[in-house]
Design a protein around this ligand. Sequence first.
Ligand SMILES: Cc1cc2nc3c(=O)[nH]c(=O)nc-3n(C[C@H](O)[C@H](O)[C@H](O)COP(=O)(O)OP(=O)(O)OC[C@H]3O[C@@H](n4cnc5c(N)ncnc54)[C@H](O)[C@@H]3O)c2cc1C
Length: 450
Amino acid sequence: MEITAALRNALGPDATLITDPTILPSYSRDQSQIAKNGTPIAVLLAKNESEISAAVKFAYEHNIPVVARGAGSGLSGGANAIDGSLIISLEKMNQIISIDSANLIADVEPGVINLDLDKEVSKFGLAYLPDPASREWSTIGGNVATNAGGMCCVKYGVTSHHVRAVRMVTSDGSVVTLGTALKKSVTNLDLLHLIIGSEGTLGIVTQVTVGLVVRPKPATTLIATFSSIDSAMKAIPELVALGPSMLEVVDSTTLRAVEEWKPLGFENVGTVLLFQSDDSPEVCAKAVTIAERHGAIDATYSDDPRDSADLIQVRKLAYPALERKGAALLDDVCVPISQISNLVTEVEKIAAESGLLIGIFGHAGDGNMHPTIVYEHGDVAAEQRAVQAFNSIIKVAQKLGGTASGEHGIGSIKVDSAKRETSDRVTELQRSIKKVFDPKGILNPGKKIP
Ligand SMILES: Cc1cc2nc3c(=O)[nH]c(=O)nc-3n(C[C@H](O)[C@H](O)[C@H](O)COP(=O)(O)OP(=O)(O)OC[C@H]3O[C@@H](n4cnc5c(N)ncnc54)[C@H](O)[C@@H]3O)c2cc1C
């Protein structure tokens, strides 16, 4: 009580500091099913950078852990409260500060919702490209902190390719700007790209300068069905060479779950590939030839935007179709594209051994797959098997030359897994960097960095 009163005092009467124990739980977790969370002492609904600076300075002086929170859509426990922590929620800092169409940049507060930014810049014929599936509710600050990916990454890259600069409150409450609004600058060490993907462990992002592009043309969409994952995957290198703006895969287990719920005509299909090009319909015509050469049962495309929406429906339904069958544990691993079919085969073995339903869908163009483990709600033994399967899938991906996370981040649930693919020296370097930015270790301790 005393510490929160002192914090309230330090922040002043205008600050919104939540200490009501009935409200704190709603700010204490993200969407991860398996990450543990603690109880915070308070949540600051920050209205501006000065409040964040004052709060972090107070936390620094009193050794209070600080957890930044965007929308809480994360899947790795990154935004989960730690016992005795102060949560700094950025949701109220949701203003687009400026759109500079001459220089193709925008300055935004960290709580701006990804899709809101893209909608706003579209009025200028521009686009903010990073498109996580959570873009209707995840924030730019959260996207920066996790280096979020999405479907367009195969052509346009991840969040880090579209961020020019951030303003950030460091662990002692001071404010720095890292990066510049310019497209090119090699003047300083690239600290900006240390912050992107640092999951709130190095500072609290209070403003972001993003790069914009002239809005791409509406995409032409191709759907191809295959009897097996193997033949579909053999087509991938040639399809990638065509420069798709999206290349997604849905496996047979997931297709069955979709069919049970909303039949789309894929009952006897082994794998679906979805391919988009925002260059020209001719690219999709070439993709049909490639898909057929690799044994596609059917391959068809349309440049009508309404048809496109229908064709990608199966991918949009993939996660909800699995989720409605029970508690869904969404994994996120990235493997070389040449290893996707091996990953699918190994995951099928894990499913058979554990007796769990595991559907796989994901970004075939860059190898970032989302095996999704389904188990019965409230079945403790099944949940344990699901967690084991989750970790086994990461091990398999790593054995295939892949990594523990392609886009969802490490948070608290993958720290041990990440350690397996990190040499002792690199771990030491990461810890040293953490010490420089956060000597007292108050920023999101226990997350990301082993
Ligand atoms: C259905 C669903 C689909 C998803 N699809 C994708 C996808 O396609 N691609 C993808 O990459 N992810 C996806 N995600 C995961 C998630 O949406 C992303 O990780 C997203 O970037 C998190 O944003 P957020 O605002 O919700 O951040 P939060 O979940 O609130 O926080 C995430 C991390 O960022 C830190 N953080 C947040 N804001 C700041 C800040 N201002 N400064 C410093 N640190 C901060 C937090 O401490 C935490 O470590 C999906 C999640 C769901 C539930």
